[in-house]
Design a protein around this ligand. Structure first.
Ligand code: PEP
Ligand code: MG
Length: 323
């Protein structure tokens, strides 16, 4: 099977009836870039920048970050790189920053919530990203957005820093896309409004499922509620994709569900534009999509969102895949 997959490295991801999607890779830093390219990734759909911060004993300086982003953008040779701004808090802490004591850190002060408060930290990262933008094709993504105001505020801060740099005579790309993670049900419900402001969405199913099911993603006691194929989750995904398309935005997915082999035909049928996953999963996913007609996938998706349980959905998909 390895050789069979290998021929797909330089091929597009396109269904037999001509529906094209992108398959991208998730990375934690420059060291992961080679793997994405080797496996035929059409871009980076999620660069988790928190590792830059966690691997340091101080908030990384603008120059330190600039070098890191430049390397990744150059390494990806003009393919799109979606860089997620700092997503810290929850279970991810920093030795050099005092987080507040909270009963429920996953429902607390983290990600964009922290960045909008600690604006120096946020602005430093945005400046570094703008400066690096001329070395490739950059998209900036804000994590854990719950409200329209958060997105507009984050984007306004980005616009401010970009304008300052340009006024200082620094070159900044004029095609930077600005989007957001959809990983809080409130954002999924309002996707058609968010897409007026966001160039793109990327659905973070790890958190979206956690928050939809009210089941801690770290707790084994409730892990049975991690159900990507529950019709409730499929409906949230559908609402998000339709909401994006309503205003001409594109919609990707970078949570683990994007690389789930059973989920792929349904996500394709729901109209997902980009799938971002571990590099090693890319070719298998491309094979699945290149062998499935879009019309069939759409029919399958329509059937799945009308089911009652995850088990029923799994059954329908398996039958369709001939498994
Ligand atoms: C997600 O929540 O699905 C996601 C991709 O982000 P993380 O796993 O880093 O929270
Ligand atoms: Mg997340």
């Amino acid at each position: 099977e390895k050789e069979e997959l290998q021929v797909l490295v330089n091929q597009e991801t396109v269904t037999p009836d001509g529906h094209k999607v992108d398959i991208a890779g998730n990375i934690g830093g420059f060291d992961d870039v080679a793997g994405v390219l080797k496996n035929g990734g059409e871009g980076v759909g999620l660069f988790r920048t928190e590792f830059l911060y966690m691997g340091s004993d101080h908030f990384p300086t603008e120059d330190e970050q600039f070098e890191a982003y430049k390397k990744v953008l150059e390494g990806m040779q003009g393919k799109r790189v979606v860089v997620r701004t700092l997503d810290i808090g929850g279970d991810k802490k920093l030795s050099y920053y005092q987080f507040p004591e909270e009963m429920n850190p996953f429902l607390g002060y983290r990600a964009i919530r922290l960045c909008l408060k600690e604006q120096d930290v946020f602005r430093t990262q945005l400046r570094a990203l703008c400066r690096a933008s001329v070395y490739g094709r950059l998209a900036i993504m804000f994590p854990m957005i719950a409200t329209i105001n958060e997105f507009r505020q984050a984007k306004a801060i980005y616009e401010e820093e970009k304008a300052k740099l340009i006024a200082e005579g620094v070159k900044v790309a004029d095609d930077i896309e600005v989007g957001m993670m959809v990983e809080i049900p409130a954002a999924a419900a309002l996707a058609d409004q968010f897409s007026k402001y966001a160039d793109f969405f990327s659905i973070g199913t790890n958190d979206l499922i956690q928050y939809s099911m009210a089941a801690d993603r770290m707790s084994e006691h409730v892990s049975y509620l991690y159900q990507p194929l529950n019709p409730s989750i499929l409906r949230l995904v559908k609402m998000t994709i339709e909401g994006a398309h309503k205003n001409g935005s594109w919609c990707g997915m970078c949570g683990a569900m994007a690389g789930d082999e059973l989920a792929a035909p349904v996500l394709l049928g729901l109209g997902l534009d980009e799938f971002s996953m571990s590099a090693t999963q890319i070719l298998r996913a491309r094979k699945t999509i290149n062998n499935m007609s879009y019309a069939d996938a759409q029919a399958l998706a329509a059937e799945c969102v009308e089911k009652e349980t995850m088990e029923e959905v799994q059954e329908v998909i398996k039958k369709r895949l001939g498994k």
